[in-house]
Design a protein around this ligand. Sequence first.
Ligand code: MOS
Length: 717
Amino acid sequence: MNAAVPEPKHNMGRPAPRIDGRLKVTGGARYPSDLDFDNAAYAFLVTSPIATGRIERFDLDAARAVPGVLDILTYENASGIKGSGFFKEGGTAATTIVPLADARIRHDGQIIAMVLAETFETAREAAYKVQVEYVEETPAATFGDAHADIEIVIEPSEDEGTAHGDVEACLAAAEVTLDAEYGTPTQHHNPMELFTTTCVWEDDKLTVYEPSQFVFGLKNGVAEQLDIDPDNVRAVSTFIGGAFGSKGSLTPRTAITAFAARKLNRPVKLVPTRAQGFTIATYRAETRHRIRLGARRDGKLTAFSHEGWEVTSRPDNYFVAGVSTTTRMYGWDAVAARVHIVHADRNTPGFMRSPPETPYMYALESAIDEMAVKTGMDPVEFRRLNDTQTDPVSGKPYSSRSLMACFDAAAERFGWVRRNPEPGSMRDGDWRIGWGCATATYPTHVGAASARVRLTHDGKVRVETAAHEIGTGAYTVIGQAAAERLNVPLDDVTVEMGDTDLPAATIAGGSNTTASMCSVVIKACDRILARSHDGAAAIEEYAESVPPGAPAEGVKSLYQGRPVMTGGPSGDKAMFAFGAEFVEVRIHARTGEIRVPRAVGAFAAGHIMNPRTARSQLMGGMIWGLSCALHEATEIDRRAARYVNTNVSEYYVPVNADVDQVEVIFVPEDDEDVNPAGVKGIGELGNVGTPAAVANAVYHATGKRIRDLPIRIENLL
Ligand code: MOS
């Protein structure tokens, strides 16, 4: 055993290596951009350089004159592509903006044309020769712009579960109070793999090869947008080169590519550029927070008010409203939440790893550290005093909550007892040292799912389900679920996924894949075991599962492209995974340079299917959290409502030199309530606590409280 192969503890499975690992490291795993088709044409997108207004005129003569150009699609000749419903409102689409529907421009970087040519290079050359005249209007870019429209989407309400008790009275009576504002920037997922799509028609049957976190959504959404029978669409997504939420719902380029392939009557392959990925897909929108906390002098919290502001596009009511998590975090007497959205001339935001928790828990966990300082308490002991086993909003118990066990394990490993609480007191030569910590949490989601399992007389097992491998190890843990239940070696299990010809699976979002898919695979295996006396050469069983609280027709909804998920605060018990994260920062006294030499996270998340892949998820999440704290931000030119650092050299992400020691500790936890697999999702847990832990460490090092992310040198000089 080594760090990458953690020894399983109680309630943990084997640290099996990834069954697709060899394929991936040898280049044998074929990602959608790797696929080649005979007679394929290549597409290149033209996107708008203005954020709002309309197209006055296209001049396509120069572009069409490039030898090898086949066609150029614009709103003038691509009519017939419809929109589809917004995914938050029962549809499949990431945005209701239909780029080629008319001359209207709704955001910078909107698709305005698709050039089709014999080669990628020809399509690109011609795309740069497309001339467009625009009528420009003045855009709203973000908060505070005169043209932005503000709307309240969450109000404090006992009935809606967004308030409990009289928060204003409790704040007024509190002996210690905090009233502070926090902010997080626009961020883009930047998965290594671009937003590629290849469409192939055979007669009236369409196959879409596209990296997707939900192939049934892709299938049904494209069918709706092209107004064809979903039975005639197949979506294939066998390997996905990173997603983080960006590939969860349908974006406009898919239907345009399918339309092009039908028009040309040949396969069409689109590989957009890195820069185009910033505007043709989604992103994490900037947020603002006002946090008010009230406490007794002894540190017991009495009141918490969380107000949030989020940016979205003009037409779509996208918001994440992480108050549903923050209001439940500690045992206050009174709590209230309000969330506003601000409509600006931007592309529609979307899910990005721990969409609600990353910004909202950053704000809360920074504020908790500030209150610990105000009450003169150690931040760990402050959390212990305010820990709760009961959801303070609903009064429901947590199914399990091992938060303080996580704090104790991580604090011990980190050496927290050696911390001098005085800010600026710890130093190593020119380096100021800061130690900070924060809580991580993520709701435990479970989705409807189906799977087919086949056991043959030679002991081989085949699992078929349209689940998704976004890099998490899904092939492996789903295979492990079958291997363990049927008591066969993992090597004898084959897993087929990522194809709508297979049984419908849950969306790879909300960290629910392991919980949902292992639960349904266990169910199918149990049916096989019940028939094991059959003596047949092969036994095959199909199973569906729908979590408690979900509609009975949940699996049917999946086949129709609508994910069905429950969990978090919604059931009889509140279901969340927890963790505690500690970081050391070193800040150079003269240059302000910020380094993070070590981070320790301890996590409790029910049954851990595979400590190796789980460690990788949590470590990756912690590194992403460091990135959120210190590196990532999409900069916006406010006059033009335009992203300016649309590349991975100026959109900063951490490299090896930015990350030294990252240690993951598993705290054993049993939870029979969450789902039959006993699993709490971890894909989005690791990055929740790190941003606040870093900010709190920066305060400890310097005495400066930086309340807006990312924290950079200029904040510390
Ligand atoms: Mo995750 S952001 O729910 O794909």
